[in-house]
Design a protein around this ligand. Structure first.
Ligand SMILES: [Zn+2]
Length: 642
C-alpha cells in the first residue's frame, strides 16, 4: 500500500517558472470575463460539493477536494491561464440553456443535456458512471418534476457520453420499446474497437492524461481541461435501437424535431451534431468546446482528421448556426447570441483548419514532426481567444499527430530507421557524456537555468540505463514537476506531475477500473472476440503448435474455424473444418462469462454449458497460450523482465 510508505512531497515553483507565469498574466486578456458570465447563466440549483457515492458508500465523484480553486489569483505552481479554466470548470449544477433545454454540468467530466419532449424527457449523453448520471437526473427531477424518459441519444462513442446510461434508464424498458436509444453510425463498432484490443494500456496512459490518481491541489491535479476529472463509478452500456446512418437525417423524437448531422472522423470516429430547429439551439457534441481539443489524446488513440473536423464545423455553422440563438456542447458552457455564435464557430473551425494545413505545409518543406511542433504558433487573431487555447490538446502534440496521420512515425532519416532501444541507447549516450555523475552535474546547471525539457530528457536516458540511480530519478522528477507547473494544458500538467510522482514514489497500484466494462464485453461481436484472443496469444509459447478448432454458436446461428499456425491465430467466418481437432459448441452469453472470468473453461465443460466434440485437450492447450495482461506497467523506467 502506498500509504504505508513515505510519500515524497511536491516542491515549490522555481523563480524561472514564476517568471513564465508573470508573462502569461500580462499577455492574455484576463479582463475578458464573458466566459464566467456564460458558464453561470441559467443556473438553477446544485448539490453541496456534488459528492456522489456508489452503493458501497465509496465516493466516486466530489468537488470538495477542489475547494482550493475559490481563490481568484493563481498560485505560483499553476499556469494562470489553466487556473482560469480550472475555475470555470467548477461551475456545477442544473442550468436552463433555453426553453425546454437543460444541462447538468460539473457532475462528471461531461455534461448531461435534457430536452423536455411532448411525453417525457430526451437525455443526451448520460455521463461516465451510472451513479453520476442518476444524481444528475435526480437533480433535474427535483426541480422540474418526474417525467418518463422517452429517448436517450449518444452524441458519440466515448465513454463519458454513454457510460452512465443504466443510471437513467432500464434495459428492460428499451427492450419493451418504451425508450429509444439513438446513436451515430458505427457507434458500437468504435467503442469495442477502441476499448478491447488496447483498452488496458489506454487506461494506464489515461492516468497521465487526467491525473485521476494524483492528489488534488495547487501542486497536484487542478483540472482536466474539458472538465475536472473522470468519475470512478459503474460504467454501463445499452446498445442503440436506432442508428443515424445518412449524412443528415431529420427525425421527430418525442415531438421534438432533431436534425442529425453525422461528423465521422472528427473528435470521435462515430459522432454527430444535432440541431433543434423549433428551439433554435445547436448541439455540437464534442467538436466545439472551450479549448483546443485533441487530434490525438496523449492517453493514446488512432489519430483524428483535423481537416474533416474543420469541415463539419463549417457546415454546421453554415446550415444551422445562422438561425440558432444558442450553441452548446456536451462539455463546458453555451454561447448565446447570433453575432457571438458566428464568430465563435468561425474561430473554432479555423483553429483546426490552420493546425492541419500549416502542419502539412511544413511537411512539404521536409520539416520533421518535432521541428514543426516547435515552429508552429497560433495566428495573432486566435492567440488571445480563450475558447481555442490549449487546455486539452496543444498545438505542439496536435501538429505531431497531423504529421503522424500523413507520414507516420519515421522521419526518413536512416539514422532513425533502426535506433537502439531505450536502455541500450541510454547506457551508450551517458557513457559518451563521461558517465552518470558527469551528466547529472551538467544537468544541475541546466536545471538552475530553467532548461527543464532537456534535463528531463537526459535524466530519462540515465534512468533507462540505470533505474536505481536516485540522483537521476530525483532530478528528473524535479524537472518534470516544473514543466507541469508551467503547462497551460491540463493534460500536459497531469502527465508531468504523474511522471514526477511515479519517479519519487513508485507506480500506484490502484487501477482506475476494469479495462473493459461487462456491458461492452456483452456487445462484442464474435470476430472481435477472436481478434482479442489473438492479440493475447503468446507468440513464443505458440512456437511449433498447430491447432484447428470449430466454433458453433447455435443462438447466433454463427460458426467459425479458428486456426493456430506459425504462432498466429486466424479465423474464418461461416466455415467448419473437416480436419478440426475439436468442435466447441456454446451460447454467446457463456463466452461473456468466460471473458469476464465469471466461469472457467473447466467449469463450463463440467456444467455442460460448453459441449466438446473431439480432442478437448486441444482447447485447453490453446488457452494455456493466452496471456493475462497487467496494466499498471512502468512508463518512466524499464520493464522488469517477466
Ligand atoms: Zn467527452
Amino acid at each position: 500500500m502506498m500509504s504505508e510508505r513515505h510519500t515524497e512531497q511536491p516542491k515549490e515553483a522555481t523563480p524561472v517558472t514564476q517568471d513564465r507565469h508573470r508573462a502569461v498574466l500580462t499577455s492574455l486578456p484576463f479582463d475578458d470575463t464573458r466566459d464566467f458570465d456564460d458558464a453561470s447563466r441559467g443556473f438553477i440549483t446544485s448539490l453541496p460539493d456534488v459528492e456522489i457515492h456508489n452503493d458501497r458508500g465509496r465516493v466516486i465523484w466530489s468537488l470538495r477536494e477542489y475547494a482550493f480553486l475559490t481563490h481568484e489569483a493563481a498560485p505560483p505552481t499553476v499556469n494562470p491561464s489553466l487556473w482560469r479554466q480550472a475555475r470555470l470548470n467548477m461551475n456545477n449544477g442544473l442550468y436552463r440553456v433555453t426553453d425546454r433545454i437543460y444541462q447538468v454540468r460539473g457532475f462528471d467530466i461531461s455534461n448531461m443535456t435534457i430536452i423536455e419532449g411532448e411525453r417525457g424527457l430526451i437525455i443526451i449523453d448520460p455521463l461516465v458512471s451510472a451513479e453520476t448520471a442518476r444524481a444528475a437526473l435526480d437533480l433535474y427531477v427535483a426541480h422540474r418534476g418526474q417525467r418518463p424518459i422517452t429517448a436517450v441519444i449518444y452524441s458519440h462513442s466515448h465513454v463519458d457520453h454513454y457510460g452512465g446510461v443504466k443510471g437513467v434508464i432500464d434495459e428492460a424498458d428499451v427492450r419493451a420499446g418504451h425508450v429509444a436509444v439513438i446513436a451515430p453510425d458505427r457507434f458500437l463498432e468504435e467503442i469495442t474497437q477502441e476499448q478491447v484490443l488496447v483498452g488496458g494500456p489506454m487506461i494506464r496512459r489515461a492516468q497521465f492524461q487526467f491525473g485521476a490518481t494524483l492528489f488534488k491541489g495547487p501542486r497536484g491535479q487542478v483540472d482536466a481541461g474539458l472538465g475536472k476529472v473522470v468519475s470512478r463509478g459503474t460504467v454501463t452500456l445499452i446498445a442503440p435501437t436506432q442508428i443515424i446512418r445518412e449524412p443528415v437525417e431529420v427525425h421527430s423524437i418525442d415531438g421534438v424535431e432533431i436534425v442529425f448531422q453525422l461528423t465521422p472522423d472528427t473528435e470521435a470516429k462515430a459522432e454527430m451534431h444535432m440541431y433543434y430547429p423549433g428551439l433554435k439551439a445547436l448541439n455540437l457534441a464534442e467538436n466545439v468546446t472551450h479549448n483546443l481539443h485533441n487530434i490525438y489524446p496523449i492517453r493514446g488513440a488512432q489519430v483524428r482528421d483535423a481537416n474533416a473536423w474543420a469541415k463539419y464545423i463549417d457546415e454546421a455553422r453554415d446550415r444551422y448556426a445562422s438561425e440558432a440563438e444558442v450553441v452548446f456542447a456536451q462539455h463546458h458552457w453555451p454561447i448565446w447570441g447570433k453575432a457571438r455564435i458566428m464568430d465563435y464557430l468561425a474561430k473554432q473551425r479555423d483553429v483546426y483548419k490552420y493546425l492541419h494545413d500549416q502542419t502539412v505545409r511544413l511537411i512539404n518543406y521536409g520539416l520533421k514532426a518535432t521541428e514543426i511542433a516547435e515552429q508552429l504558433t497560433m495566428p495573432q487573431s486566435l492567440e488571445n481567444e480563450w475558447p481555442v487555447r490549449g487546455y486539452y490538446g496543444t498545438l505542439s502534440h496536435n501538429a505531431k499527430s497531423v504529421y503522424q496521420r500523413y507520414i507516420g512515425w519515421y522521419d526518413a532519416n536512416p539514422a532513425h530507421l533502426n535506433p537502439l532501444p531505450p536502455s541500450e541507447r541510454g547506457a551508450k549516450l551517458i557513457a559518451y557524456m563521461g558517465g552518470e555523475a558527469a551528466a547529472i552535474a551538467k544537468a544541475r546547471e541546466d536545471f538552475a537555468g530553467g532548461e527543464y525539457r532537456w534535463v528531463a530528457e537526459i535524466m530519462s536516458e540515465i534512468i533507462f540505463a540505470n533505474p536505481a540511480n536516485p540522483e537521476a530519478r530525483h532530478l528528473a522528477a524535479d524537472a518534470l514537476e516544473q514543466l507541469g507547473y508551467q503547462a497551460e494544458s491540463a493534460t500536459w500538467r497531469n502527465a508531468y506531475l504523474q511522471g514526477a510522482y511515479e519517479l519519487r514514489n513508485g507506480i500506484p497500484q490502484n487501477l482506475m477500473r476494469a479495462p473493459i466494462s461487462a456491458d461492452v464485453v456483452r456487445t462484442l461481436t464474435i470476430p472481435l472476440f477472436f481478434d482479442y484472443l489473438a492479440v493475447r496469444l503468446n507468440g513464443l509459447k505458440a512456437e511449433g503448435k498447430h491447432i484447428v478448432i470449430n466454433w458453433v454458436f447455435p443462438d447466433l446461428a454463427e460458426r467459425y474455424v479458428l486456426n493456430l499456425e506459425n504462432c498466429a491465430l486466424t479465423y474464418l467466418a461461416g466455415r467448419t473444418a473437416d480436419n478440426a481437432h475439436v468442435t466447441v459448441t456454446l451460447a454467446r452469453p457463456v463466452l461473456s462469462q468466460l471473458v469476464l472470468q465469471q466461469t472457467t473453461l473447466t467449469d463450463a465443460i463440467h456444467e455442460d454449458t460448453i459441449a466438446l466434440d473431439g480432442d478437448g485437450g486441444k482447447l485447453s492447450e490453446l488457452f494455456e497460450l493466452i496471456d493475462e495482461f497487467r496494466f499498471m506497467f512502468p512508463i518512466l523506467e524499464p520493464r522488469q523482465a517477466s
